[in-house]
Design a protein around this ligand. Structure first.
Ligand SMILES: O=P(O)(O)O[C@H]1[C@H](O)[C@@H](OP(=O)(O)O)[C@H](OP(=O)(O)O)[C@@H](OP(=O)(O)O)[C@H]1O
Ligand SMILES: Nc1ncnc2c1ncn2[C@@H]1O[C@H](COP(=O)(O)OP(=O)(O)O)[C@@H](O)[C@H]1O
Length: 350
């Protein structure tokens, strides 16, 4: 019940929330009148929060709950990606800002053998004149989940972004600033003079700074069950650093590691057979890892905003190193490395 109430509050479902609040208070408070007063106070507070900010940025909501005293946390958190891209849907579903590329991929994936490894997709919906892709909230079945986002592949930008940057170079001041914030010595003299950099240059720098270039994946963010969040993995590059982060994520729990490893091995074998995967360049997509104290642990593929169909009859093996024109993305190479790293973290008796 407490979970239902928090979900209702966090996802802005007033009717469900009112009923849940009432049920809970009724079972915990001595009299109906005390119960009614407390309910009214809580609902007033809820309404004022909704009024001040209709379009809640869910990312911040993990830190906010009027029901902290119930010792339960809001179960949804956005670990990476663009701020403001998500809205709550009905219970168990999410709205993600519409992207045609993602819509096409998710639609096709619903008919592919990869379906169990991606969020269920329910089409395009409109809210406040904005289109959204409606999909499953992968956190819905977990209680205080630990979450990790791993961006897969050896390349994080599309070839067309490279071409665009050559044909119509656009200096990005925001990317320059993000670069300087991590390493003031990274920009060249010219970039410093321009106070801006091209997007592929920024993306390549991020790839070599992290494990993307050397291992074919990188950790983007981790949220642990205790509520602590870490998105500071930009310099997590070496195998040992990755192992340390993964060990922290599972809190040394070997059983969880084993379940993750098994799920990744299954995913790899399905990817190797998938018609969708063979015929698409998968760039900037992540694996979302989710587990909780019950021992439940799952991994899904998310973010298909830069997953594009290949011109027929081209297919990819996703392991061959990328050279301009071959479209390879290094996804399976990265998954091989991730599986290998997780395997070495298990005791030899496995
Ligand atoms: O992670 P940091 O260093 O902040 O860099 C971000 C990520 O690479 C984003 O990828 P993702 O969405 O996968 O997280 C990318 O969006 P795209 O994937 O749209 O390229 C952003 O490009 P811009 O959106 O152009 O700023 C880029 O600035
Ligand atoms: N279906 C989902 N269920 C639960 N959380 C999700 C889901 N999709 C995305 N997220 C969360 O949102 C974050 C960003 O998602 P992503 O699709 O990569 O957004 P963007 O396209 O803005 O990069 C992920 O790291 C994850 O924490």
């Amino acid at each position: 019940m407490e979970r239902r109430m928090l979900v209702a509050v966090s996802f802005g479902e007033p009717v469900l929330m009112a009923r849940s609040v009432w049920d809970w208070l009724h079972s915990h408070l001595p009299s109906v009148s005390v119960c009614a007063c407390v309910s009214a106070g809580l609902l007033l507070h809820y309404c004022s929060v909704c009024q001040t900010k209709q379009w809640q940025k869910l990312k911040t909501m993990v830190h906010w709950s009027p029901f902290v005293s119930l010792n339960k946390r809001y179960p949804w958190v956005q670990l990476a990606g663009h701020a403001g891209n998500f809205q709550a849907g009905e219970y168990g579903r999410l709205l993600k800002r519409y992207c045609e590329c993602e819509q096409l991929c998710l639609s096709k994936l619903m008919g592919d053998i990869l379906r169990p490894y991606v969020p269920g997709y329910y089409g395009v919906v409109q809210r406040d004149e904005q289109d959204y892709n409606l999909m499953d909230d992968l956190l819905a079945d977990f209680d205080s989940p630990s979450i990790m986002d791993c961006k897969m592949g050896s390349r994080t930008y599309l070839a067309e972004e490279l071409l665009k940057a050559r044909e119509r170079p656009r200096l990005r001041r925001d990317m320059y600033e993000k670069m300087v914030a991590v390493d003031p010595g990274a920009p060249t003299d010219q970039e410093r003079a321009q106070q801006g950099i091209l997007k592929p240059r920024y993306m390549q720098w991020r790839e070599t700074l992290s494990s993307t270039a050397t291992l074919g994946f990188r950790i983007e963010g981790i949220k642990r069950a205790d509520g602590t969040c870490n998105t500071n993995f930009k310099k997590t590059k070496h195998r040992e650093q990755v192992m340390q982060a993964l060990g922290d994520f599972v809190d040394g729990n070997i059983q969880i590691l084993k379940v993750y490893l098994q799920r990744l091995e299954e995913l790899r074998s399905v990817l190797e057979k998938s018609q969708f995967f063979r015929t698409h360049e998968v760039v900037g997509s992540s694996l979302l890892f989710v587990h909780d104290a019950s021992g439940q642990a799952r991994v899904w593929m998310i973010d298909f905003g830069k997953t594009v169909p290949l011109p027929a009859p081209l297919t990819l093996d996703h392991r061959t190193p990328w050279i301009e024109g071959n479209c390879e993305d290094g996804y399976l190479w990265g998954l091989d490395n991730l599986i290998d790293i997780l395997s070495t973290m298990l005791p030899p008796s496995r």
